[in-house]
Design a protein. Structure first.
Lengths: 270, 270
């Protein structure tokens, strides 16, 4: 069993089989980072790519709920722990390891580094075109561990909402990437305007345009904006990626454009 | 100078001068926890209480922006570092210590514990009726440090939004309190329904009612719900507590009721 070879070499061998490692970041929580990660991974898998999705949010793993993967049991094989398969998508989250869904994970930093290492070293991801890593908000232990353990991150996608208080935290995330020498694939502005389903008029609940201004300021690509749509939250609660359940809406169209913008980067290996 | 006596005794002496220590928690980010903390502290101060507000969010300190306290310089006196005064409110945040507002704080857990210790030990809070501590989302280093350092926390207020994905993380927060033996003063449901300013009709962008159901399930008080109001986000960006700038609205009325509900707890020392 590979699990006995718990050294950096095993991890390096596993990571070498993954063409593109994409880290999803945000300075602030609640900007829709996990929703973005789930839908990015789903969209790439539906295009026929082999995709892994790693939930690196140790305290608030929402990926299992968002993909309808409750009460899943992890299996272990000769090549290590098997990620949970969902169509063409392979998923791993600490949520699969908790005995009760509402159990809090009361861990300090070093423990979190260990579990993220395990996710990369002991999980049998196999050959992948993309690994999408959903990091918790902030610039602390988890994103730092992800960056240091992976080593050759293809790039980061930074998700923000339009208002200044969120944007200020997201600027920190971009500076975090710059300091570490992590490439920024681009910025996504989420919750950009709300279309009232009753009267059709738009209200900028969280103001608008902050993401684009930020991208220009930092000279990184602006990948696009996704409007607020109550169906997105409901889709997440129901365990369905909204790009499938809300097909044809403004939100899912913006999303497709964002994925194709990201794939235009010369950093992405085909 | 007190700063040379950097031991637990100094901290205990400082904490003994604070009647009520209220910790604001949420399992998930972006639920409006900092907005709640700022307005809770402001509301208590306007009632004539002596109030301190400690921003324990090391990676994403938003309290300075929300109170319009940019470019503030910290001063040190015989009794330690002086918190920034704003009317009857005393405020401390790592945001006051960063050389540039967009600097990321790339710190692992132990460093975060140290700075929170400093905030309690080296800051001259003086006599206070309330210290409101705004914790970052999750159940990791920061809330754990706050709880362990303060020792006799009066209670926690847990902020959530109505949708299931957020609620699931908030249940973790409540279990976190139960495990540590921290009293739960109650649950607040934020972003509860959106009133379209054009047609007046309500859309439950993030569904509705999750906070109340959770409070019943865990047998903790439900303090109230605050509807979504675009003016709240704008007020925060402009550095003004919304209870002042949106006086008379449904949001600010719900807020007053929540504060008075919280103060009904027999844990609150008058």
């Amino acid at each position: 069993m590979e699990e006995t070879k718990t050294d950096d070499k095993v991890m390096q061998e596993r990571l070498a089989k993954i063409k593109n490692k994409i880290v999803v970041l945000s300075g602030k929580g609640g900007v829709g980072k996990s929703t973005f990660s789930v839908n990015l991974a789903t969209a790439l898998a539906q295009e026929g790519h082999r995709v892994g999705l790693l939930d690196a949010d140790i305290h608030g793993p929402s990926i299992p709920t968002m993909l309808g993967l409750k009460d899943v049991e992890l299996l272990s094989g000769d090549g290590g722990i098997l990620p949970v398969s969902l169509g063409g998508l392979k998923v791993m989250s600490i949520g699969f390891m908790l005995s009760a869904q509402d159990d809090p994970v009361i861990w300090r930093g070093p423990m979190k580094m260990n579990i993220i290492k395990q996710f990369l070293q002991d999980v049998n991801w196999g050959e992948l075109d993309y690994l999408v890593v959903d990091c918790p908000p902030g610039t602390g232990d988890e994103p730092l561990s992800v960056f240091q353990l992976i080593g050759d991150v293809t790039g980061a996608v930074v998700v923000t909402t339009p208002q200044e208080v969120a944007a200020s935290d997201v600027r920190k995330s971009i500076n975090f990437c710059f300091r570490l020498g992590m490439h920024v694939l681009g910025i996504v502005e989420n919750m950009s305007g709300f279309v009232c389903p009753h009267c059709g008029k738009v209200t900028d609940i969280f103001r608008k345009g902050g993401g684009k201004i930020m991208a220009e300021k930092f000279k990184v690509p602006f990948l696009g904006a996704i409007p607020i749509d109550p169906a997105i939250g409901s889709a997440s609660d129901d365990g369905k990626p909204f790009i499938n359940s809300c097909r044809g809406t403004a939100s899912s169209q913006s999303f497709s454009e964002i994925v194709s913008e990201m794939n235009k980067s010369e950093r992405i290996k085909k």
